[in-house]
Design a protein around this ligand. Structure first.
Ligand SMILES: Cc1cc2nc3c(=O)[nH]c(=O)nc-3n(C[C@H](O)[C@H](O)[C@H](O)COP(=O)(O)OP(=O)(O)OC[C@H]3O[C@@H](n4cnc5c(N)ncnc54)[C@H](O)[C@@H]3O)c2cc1C
Length: 459
């Protein structure tokens, strides 16, 4: 087989690339997908009790006009919008997101600690307008940017739990793109006038498909690409000189341009023929975190005044192993088998080998849910369904060596006609949300066809 454009993976980025090409009138492309289904990480799964689970359920963000138009066209009223209801449990209080803009919810002592730290950080910056005091790690950047109080109570432990690695070992250069800034002036208003300041971030309005999970958008996008997507086709070798992708089982696809969304470390370390030693070493230096998502289905409602409509809750503290619990029943009623049932999805991350057997981790999740009062004490009888998904390569880590490794790998791939994009393909989690992955695919198509520069993935 031959195709001008060959795309590895039918997840958000791969389907985005196919969509982009077909919108530009380019039909000579193939999407090769290893699994028997499309959607990649955004694929959802209904269990025998009727709960609809997925490992990383997040709202469809509205960061890009092109993406919002796509959601409007393909999902329209099937993806209603609601204001975000997201909470952080810290300092013994529930603080609405963004935490750093809603400190008035904290008890007085912690409020003072956070404000004092924020003020100190602002004064330090004012005394150092050239930014001579450059941080080395994320831990230091959080302190310099938000002050030690906010860093200690929320941002440092939350990032460490979510990324499975201590902030002392992580780079900071990606963080300003992802974390809401604190604003002293706005904070003063919230404190003195007792107002909330919750409308920040690309998910300030939560938009989720009414059925089918996050992958419903990708399913509808792929309908237009049907005959170009080949499922059950794993790329096991790429010869960048002959420009041929070899498939497990012996098939091959000749191409002029390759768009890969498979994990970058695997592409460079095991699939690509004879990369230079420096590129191979840079690929081996990329680190990832693994993750376990545990779904807990409950038939009985457990009212929590104030947070009943929560979309998700974050838990930086150490009385539970998870960093976030998503309340899927508030994403869409179709996620649960009947009205009143609840679907809680807890996520935990780690680096290196799994710390304990999955069964023990699930038991710790249930204990943690009791500790944070999402399950009644001893309330495991309420559990109507238990689901889990473990992913070995879940999060590409922004550690201190990542950017240098990417600076070695990406130009080499480009010179071979290969663009590696998407969450694990691009290895930049700060541009790895579903909308960003779709846009990376669309922008790559515009670049190879019309020479337009990419703006979402910048190496
Ligand atoms: C930290 C983090 C935050 C996130 N936040 C959000 C958020 O806020 N909002 C949101 O919408 N989403 C979020 N997500 C999840 C988001 O849904 C995914 O990141 C996105 O769907 C990834 O798309 P992708 O195409 O890059 O990868 P994938 O979905 O993994 O797709 C890659 C595809 O390639 C296939 N493949 C791999 N190797 C081969 C091979 N050798 N041959 C053929 N096929 C192969 C795989 O089977 C897979 O289908 C987040 C994820 C993370 C980790």
């Amino acid at each position: 087989m031959n195709a001008t454009y060959c795309i590895i993976g039918a997840g958000a980025a791969g389907i985005g690339a196919g969509h982009g090409l077909s919108r530009l009138g380019e039909d000579d492309f193939l999407i090769l997908e290893r699994e028997a289904r499309i959607g990649g990480r955004a694929a959802a799964e209904k269990d025998a009790s009727g709960f609809l689970w997925e490992p990383e359920p997040r709202p469809l963000c509205e960061r890009f006009k092109t993406f919002t138009r796509l959601v409007d066209d393909l999902l329209g009223p099937d993806a209603p919008r609601t204001p975000r209801s997201a909470w952080v449990r810290a300092g013994g209080a529930w603080v609405p997101q963004p935490f750093q803009r809603n400190l008035r919810y904290l008890p007085a002592l912690q409020r003072l600690e956070c404000l004092r730290g924020l003020l100190g950080a602002a004064l330090t910056r004012a005394g150092d307008p050239g930014g001579a005091a450059q941080p080395e790690t994320l831990a230091r950047w959080l302190e310099l940017t938000y002050g030690p109080g906010i860093a200690r109570l929320y941002l440092a432990p939350q990032q460490a739990k979510a990324l499975g690695a201590p902030c002392e070992e992580l780079d900071w250069r990606w963080a300003a793109q992802c974390l809401a800034p604190a604003d002293l002036d706005a904070l003063l208003e919230t404190l003195i006038l007792e107002r909330d300041d919750t409308g920040h971030g690309p998910d300030a309005v939560v938009r989720t498909p009414a059925f089918g999970g996050s992958g419903e958008l990708l399913r509808r996008m792929s309908k237009r690409l049907r005959e170009r997507i080949l499922i059950g086709q794993e790329v096991v070798r790429v010869d960048p000189v002959a420009r041929v992708a070899h498939l497990r089982g012996g098939g091959e696809v000749g191409y002029a341009h390759l768009f890969s969304t498979m994990p970058l470390d695997q592409l460079v370390g095991a699939v690509l023929d004879d990369p230079p030693e420096a590129v191979r070493r840079a690929g081996a230096a990329l680190r990832h975190a693994s993750a376990l998502a545990v779904g807990v289905g409950l038939r009985a409602p457990r009212p929590r005044p104030g947070q009943d409509s929560a979309h998700w809750m974050e838990f930086p503290q150490d009385n539970c192993p998870f960093h976030r619990v998503t309340h899927l029943h508030n994403f869409a009623p179709g996620r649960v088998p009947e009205a009143g049932a609840r679907a809680l999805l807890a996520e935990l991350s780690w680096r290196g080998p799994r710390p304990e057997p999955v069964e023990a981790m699930i038991r710790s999740v249930l204990e943690g849910l009791e500790n944070v009062s999402l399950l009644a004490p001893g309330g495991r009888d309420e559990v109507a369904a238990l689901w889990h998904a473990e992913r070995s390569r879940a999060v590409p880590l922004p550690d201190l060596g990542r950017d240098a490794a990417l600076r070695t790998i990406m130009p080499y791939l480009e010179a071979q006609g290969i663009a590696s994009r998407g969450l694990l393909g691009g290895w930049r989690h700060e541009v790895g949300e579903l909308d960003q992955c779709v846009m990376q695919g669309i922008e790559w198509a515009r670049r190879v066809v019309h020479g337009e520069p990419e703006t979402v993935y910048c190496a």
